[in-house]
Design a protein around this ligand. Structure first.
Ligand code: TMP
Ligand code: MG
Length: 317
């Protein structure tokens, strides 16, 4: 037994200790009650592989509404970027009623566990198109957006500051890929003081005329189930994301899983899904689709723990 030979015992123990330090994934957050995983070992192996590669090889791709922003607070729904526009400064009462009706019609379809993404797709195009037409009719003014955000009940998830600041300090790019309204989204993160230089946004941006009145939405419409198209065209073209084959992906919809489809030669991809609503009906499909599922978890605790672990290798290329 080599352990009984004193002169060899110390070096062997040191080597084993170093090996343990290099390979362990000390993450008590993964044992939180809100966490579900199909295969915890694979999750830990992926985190270890990402850690070995270092921060210089990592990018984070995240959805915005109900992923970086909270789903609910004190039992009340937190508004999405579209719903932040529901403010008399921007839209009239009739428009509010119509947008609510559309939400009540189409949101249940968006989260319906019994329909495929393909079946949902035409309904999503219809929803977004109708809402954008309504907003354009309202002649929304650009200079009122900041006030509408300030007056709204929008809230980012607990721990958002550590998330954004940590990525910025480690020079890890964060791509926010949202089917919401880009102008509103930017204002939310600006007002929360986390719109750092490493943040890139792909979203539906408003097109204002020379007097600052909304006249259209720019470019290809993004809804929950066509993010793949934006990923392979827009995200793939972002030079800041090149040479970073390891991805932490965060989303709250199964459609968000395609947000990393534009990454060339992906190496290690870890997907985290927030399951906010219709939990029992959707649990199984989420656990099958995402590596980590966070059930009714309004915090960034788990993504932050993963990032701390991956980035702590000290590699800041
Ligand atoms: P996301 O891609 O950032 O999550 O944004 C899309 C979400 O926005 C999606 O889950 C549905 C939601 N939404 C509204 O809340 N109101 C609307 O009027 C529309 C069109 C979408
Ligand atoms: Mg979302």
């Amino acid at each position: 037994m080599i352990y009984q030979i004193p002169w060899i015992y110390t070096p062997v123990r040191s080597v084993l200790a170093v090996w343990h330090q290099l390979t362990k994934t000390e993450m008590p957050e993964l044992s939180k009650g809100s966490v579900m995983m199909r295969d915890r070992r694979r999750v830990e192996e992926t985190i270890r592989a990402m850690r070995r590669a270092g921060a210089g090889r990592l990018q984070v791709i995240s959805d915005f509404d109900m992923t970086l922003s909270r789903f609910a607070h004190n039992g009340r729904r937190v508004p999405t970027t579209h719903n932040i526009l529901d403010n008399r400064l921007l839209i009239d009462e009739e428009c509010t009623i119509k947008m609510k009706e559309l939400l009540n019609t189409y949101y249940p379809i968006e989260i319906d566990a019994s329909r495929s993404a393909k079946e949902k797709l035409p309904h999503m195009v219809e929803w977004w198109t109708k809402v954008h037409e309504l907003l354009i009719e309202q002649r929304i003014r650009k200079d009122m957006l900041a006030r509408a955000v300030k007056e709204s009940r929008t809230m980012l998830r607990d721990g958002y500051k550590a998330f954004f600041d940590g990525l910025y300090e480690s020079r890890v790019p964060l791509l926010i890929f949202s089917a919401g309204v880009g102008d509103v989204l930017e204002e939310v993160i600006r007002q929360n003081h986390v719109f750092h230089a490493n943040v890139h946004v792909i979203s539906n941006y408003m097109d204002f005329d020379h007097t600052g009145v909304l006249r259209a939405f720019k470019g290809q419409l993004i809804h929950t189930f066509n993010k793949r198209e934006g990923a392979v065209t827009q995200a793939a073209a972002l030079s800041q994301l090149q040479g970073r084959p390891n991805v932490l992906l965060l989303g709250d919809s199964l459609g968000d899983l395609t947000m990393a489809d534009g990454v060339s030669d992906p190496r290690h991809v870890l997907t985290v899904g927030f399951l906010n609503d219709q939990v029992e009906e959707r649990k199984e499909s989420y656990v099958n689709a995402f590596d980590v599922v966070l059930v009714r978890d309004e915090t960034m605790d788990v993504p932050n723990a993963i990032l701390r672990n991956v980035i702590s290798s000290g590699d800041r290329k």
